[in-house]
Design a binder for this molecule. Sequence first.
Ligand code: S3P
Length: 277
Amino acid sequence: MSKLEELRKKIDHYDRQLAAVLEKRLEIILEIMAEKKEKRMPIFSKEREEQVVKQIGHYVTNPDLKEEVRYIQRHVLESCRRIQSKRLFPYHITLVGFMGSGKTTVGIELSKMLAMEQMDVDRVIEEKMKMKVSEIFQLYGEQVFRQLESSVVEELANQENVIIFCSGGGVVLNEQNVKNLKRTGVVVWLKATPEEIFSRISEDNTRPLLKDNMSVANIESMLEGRLHLYEKAADVVIETDGKTVEQVSFEIVDQLMRCDLDGRTGINQVDRRASNL
Ligand code: S3P
């Protein structure tokens, strides 16, 4: 046997051990998840993960390899988050809310927390059209934008992979959009007061519907016309004023776990797909 063959044999031996250990770890994670769910405890904890990553470094004897093992452990933990969120939330999670309600930032945080892919309706439109949303409004007007928005919402809602998707603030204006969103997913409304929205986006001039009239009063009157639509669409409502992105994300996870979604046919279909993963 050549030296290389010998070394590969050794590697195979350790990979086999690694596979068995990882399999056990994932199984225990699911047991922990069930336990936490029953006790209504928060499922994900950043502090605990940091502790686990730090701790594994202490078990490594070769100082040159400590960081590498910690790096691998971070990936193991990501995979553990994914396996849990697939079981807990086998449906799309859609974030809706007015401009500046935090859909995009919360979507990014939530996608890290749940190790789920995140897609932004406005970004998908921009990629398809190869121009910014503000340019689409300027060149073609709001109606064309709304048509593009509806077709992207439908496309994403039908996607097999479970995703977190963030829709533009006006997505709820169209009843068909809401139907599509609710067919295979849960709608989370990120609620914010006009004052809070203003403080978040007053410096931002990329919002075509507000850029020429950025004021609390204008936000208030636009919001007024949409409130009942967000209310009607939402399965879960989160008050975001004064909260950090992380706090809002934790609250979403917590509320989704309490959410009773029985009888939602589309969700059950996604459910079946997810349970085969
Ligand atoms: C819109 C909100 C924007 C964008 C477009 C229309 C709206 O998304 O889709 O400017 O009608 O509220 P954000 O809410 O992400 O800014």
